[in-house]
Design a protein around this ligand. Structure first.
Ligand code: PLP
Length: 403
């Protein structure tokens, strides 16, 4: 008889943002007039850059032309986009070769699927709190052991607490792990890492035979003199894979594009990981859409860069409004400077979900409970700056009146 993959049954019933969506829908049903302001899920509100849309329109037109029509594309992505990405690294004095870049349809799937490169006994270390995809994808693969609902932890996962005491930057793991997930600027805490501290991780990984999975999805939000890529550190090419997304800088959450870098020098047991990944992709993935890749290409044009800058400064302004507004109201707030996320301590020792209900009910504002990202997120709450200016200002005013 067919049997289910039991790992599914070990996961919480809903993915965090699906759970929030359900709760908001239930609230709306019994409060039909509520004017709900959503600062929960990290989805963008600015429209796509014009240059991106124009380029996609041209690519669509090509599809009508027998000489230009495109069918299946390369598994790794078209060279024109991979070259634009490689040149973008070069502009920041970082060397990433075209053949180290794998274009995808957004970073989420690759951050989850990459674990297929590693043996089933691979041990993972994650920041706590953490972007839930890293842990849930390992749980689905049966690599996380048993979930303890009273501690909120999986038995086989190494948790690296990120607290205000360590400035929301993890310390090197006390217990050895094979794969270390790092994300800077961090989702959810909005923290950033210095080059010196990132170098410590790279050195540690090289000395201990670990691989760092470095998620740079929010790299474009860095405003201070801090590393945009792990490859700015010496030796990162032998120990790190980097993920990047166009979702939050060029508004690609709906049209989908990003990329993964797997350096040529990165080997495990003598096997070149980017060759194995190519084998994996050619088996399970038929490449990202040509039209979308053309759109992503335009993101790197002069006009595209200008438009992306404008989008980012719009959200950065929102982040300031939230950060300053809540700080003035007496709340303890973090993040926002190099990040679109604001991480705040819940007032009056409320639990994260208590504060979620309180804010939804009393201010009709939706945020994300910190405990949804891991046990160290309990007592914290995440707001995003991806709303419109008007929604953001209105939400801050409502929260200020409540506190
Ligand atoms: N990595 C992090 C840390 C994220 O927060 C997100 C999306 O919210 C992603 C990756 C996925 O981005 P994409 O839209 O490219 O799949």
């Amino acid at each position: 008889m067919t049997k289910i993959n039991e790992n599914f049954l070990k996961l919480p019933k809903n993915y965090l943002f699906a759970e929030i969506g359900n709760r908001v829908e239930a609230y709306k049903k019994s409060n039909t007039k509520a004017d709900i302001l959503k600062l929960g899920i990290g989805d963008v509100t600015r429209p796509l850059p014009k240059s991106v849309v124009k380029e996609m329109q041209m690519a669509c037109e090509e599809m009508l032309d027998i000489n230009k029509f495109k069918g299946y594309g390369p598994y790794e992505g078209y060279e024109f986009l991979r070259k634009a990405i490689s040149d973008d690294y070069a502009k920041r004095n970082t060397k990433v070769e075209i053949n180290e870049i794998f274009v995808n349809d957004g970073a989420k799937a690759d951050t989850a699927n990459i674990l297929e490169l590693f043996n089933n006994n691979t041990k993972i270390a994650v920041c706590d709190p953490v972007y839930p995809v890293y842990v849930d994808s390992n749980a689905l693969a049966g690599r996380t052991g048993e979930f303890n609902s009273s501690t909120g932890k999986w038995s086989k996962v190494v948790y690296m607490p990120c607290t205000k005491e360590n400035n929301f930057n993890p310390e090197l793991p006390k217990e050895k792990a094979d794969l270390i997930y790092l994300c800077f600027p961090n989702n959810p805490t909005g923290s950033m890492i210095s080059k010196k501290d990132l170098q410590k991780w790279v050195d540690y990984a090289n000395e201990n035979g670990c691989i760092i999975l470095y998620d740079a999805a929010y790299e474009a939000y860095i405003t201070e003199n801090l590393p945009h890529s792990i490859y700015e550190c010496n030796g990162a090419k032998t120990c790190a894979i980097e993920f990047k997304s166009f979702s939050k800088d060029a508004g690609f959450t709906g049209i989908r594009s990003g990329y993964t870098v797997i350096p040529n020098e990165l080997k495990v047991e003598g096997h070149q990981l980017n060759q194995l990944w190519l084998r994996r992709q050619s088996t399970k993935y038929n490449g990202a859409s040509y039209i979308i890749q053309r759109g992503a290409f335009a993101r790197f044009s002069e006009e595209g860069r200008k438009e992306v800058k404008e989008i980012i400064s719009y959200y950065q302004q929102n982040a300031k409004v939230i950060f300053n507004g809540l700080k003035d109201a007496g709340l303890e707030v973090y993040g926002a400077v190099n990040s679109p996320y604001i991480w705040l301590k819940t007032p009056n020792n409320m639990s994260s979900w208590e504060f979620f209900d309180f804010l939804l009910d009393k201010a009709n504002v939706v945020g994300t409970p910190g405990s949804g990202f891991g046990p160290s997120g309990e007592g914290y709450f995440r707001l995003t700056s991806f709303g419109t200016k008007e929604t953001t200002e209105k939400a801050v005013e409502r929260i200020k009146k409540l506190i």
